[in-house]
Design a binder for this molecule. Sequence first.
Ligand code: MN
Length: 745
Amino acid sequence: MNKKKDIRTYYSSEEFLAIQQAYQHVLDAIKIDIDADDRALIQKAYELAVISHVSQRRKSGEPYVMHPIEVARICVEEMGLGPVAITCALLHDVVEDTPVTLEEIEAQFNPQIAKIVDGLTKLDGSYKTDSPQAENFKKVLSTLVEDVRVVLVKMADRLHNMRTLGAMPRHKQLRIAAETSYIFAPLAHRLGLYNVKTEFEELCMRVTDTEIYFDIAQKLEETQKDRNKYIETFIKALKENLKDLEYPFRITGRPKSIYSIWNKLKTKKVGFDEIYDKFAIRLVIDVPPEKEKAACWQVYSSITNDFRPIPERIRDWISVPKANGYESLHTTVIGPQGKFVEIQIRSERMDEIAERGFAAHWKYKGINTASGNYEIWLDNVREILESPSNDAVEFLNDFKTNLFDEEIYVFTPKGEMKILPKGATALDFAFSIHSEVGCQAKAIKVNNKLVPMGFKLKNGDQVQVITSKTQKPSENWLKVVVTGRARSKIRWAMKEERRKIGLFGKETLQRKFKNLKLDYEENVEFLVSHFGYQSRVDLFYDIASEKFNLSTELKAFDISAGRLVEKPKESPLTETSTQKEKDSTKEKQEKYRTKSDILINGEPANTYQYQLATCCSPVYGDPIFAYLTAGGGIKIHRTGCPNATNLMAKYGYRVMKANWVSNPNASFVANLLITGVDDGPGVVESIMNKISTQLRLNIRGLSIDSGEGYFEGKISIYVSSTDQLKEAINGILQIETVSSVTRVK
Ligand code: MN
């Protein structure tokens, strides 16, 4: 690389100034003392980044180097990371996007930095895999277990990309948002990076559910003033209450995230007002670590003298921190005007851990009881990585179920505590003790009672595993465990078992080949590929267990010069099978839409075979995208479809842009959930009447459940567009007994 390249010929003087200012901002944000060597390292990384990215620009048009500089700023300013992370952030795209090699990074910087940059560099496209996204993620995590800064810089990188997503084409926005909500948001949560997690969720929602996002944002803004006023009054009262506290403290109001409001609206089925009426504040005490616990409870006791607490709403994460390190004391009290106010009480140290999670973990290693939990978690990640399955998609699934969104605490008979993800079973517990205990689990007792292996554990359960040397894991076990540790151990044990049994099959095969004077290596490979086996072990296993009858199967071949060759085939298709084939083609044709009412990548979709996905049933007017399925067909999903998020996160390269073409004859199925007051037999009739007679829409299906004066009905109707659907929803809402109508998937 020519270092003398004059960067001024590539940038306008304004751009050049902006780059320098952005970099100065990074330096200014470093609040800790760093020595001259570290300063020189950062400076060198900056210079290399500027020169290497000189000819690149971002989609928005700005110089590319602004991106690594901004990622470095997030690392230092928002995550509180140090010089190594800043250096790596500046270099994170250099190897991936420019001719600079890892070897050069190692020579110019040091092996540690080269290692982190390597972890941040995507695998090149030539890597043969079903899901490059999953492979890349696996790579990031393999480096994570060696140096956690990899994943923290990766988070900062993703955060900046999400913040600047607007410049990307729509289908890319969707893919990136899906990946973010599928992997990065839960990972941020697991690492205790709450602010990052919240921002990820909001930015994703803005892409996939734009309309609701701005709707809630607007409602929030409208009510902002009143809420601020209320919080101010309450904080004033609290300060008065705590004026005799011997430690300094600060109180802040906590804004609600748009995403969390949306979630509450969806799950709790309550109105906006009810949600907006809840307040949350945070009280942080500046107290030395050895006195913090007592100080938090002192504050609690003082507050609850003046404000009545709601007993079931107390959360003590101080005595038992969450697995991700979170420590805090939460209580909800009844404030002025009878409104609920949640108060989070914590020390400055706890607050830093709550804000910075994993990043702060290193600072407080030893003081914080939760740092041990991170070590356990990292061990789990390591274990999943070492699992014998090399399938990255499987790895991703295992990893996701083990992010421990929520955890439960259970105990061994000796009272030792184990932390498991919510939903973990008795068998998961056995594997959490030791893989041998898991593999040999014969019976399990929970609170002294025998339970099935798949028994779902609850907080506080005491679990005892009874083992037997003759026990062996089976395929069924995979269905009753949820932890990656248990899954990978079971798979591994089963593989071992198959391999052992397979040895007999291998011997049988060797004998047979010897008798027939067949070359072993060549003909084994032939059989494996001819019968479509995944591996030799699978073939050996089937021979040993007599699922594959060697003598019969070999009769189908001729032998020529020591090799098996296929015999010439007779007419293979019988009358019935041809008929069957014809029928299935006809079915297929009916299933696929032929009229072109969609453009895929700008072309009429009838050049492809495509279907509207039944999971989300898109209707003309919905924001949509096209997804190329593994079978080769195309499915059209709504952008907010949860299935689609999963697919896009793993196979984002299969996502294509799709647009509707107006087609007055088109009709789509929409599913509605209707709830209301059941005041007699007229309910079904009035709904039917409204839809068919007044709105003139066709009904595809209708089912209504009622009881205790309340009904819930599911109805499928045919509509031509989202406008017509809205009209239908509003129409049904006009029926007096109906209280809600929601479109469902
Ligand atoms: Mn980047």
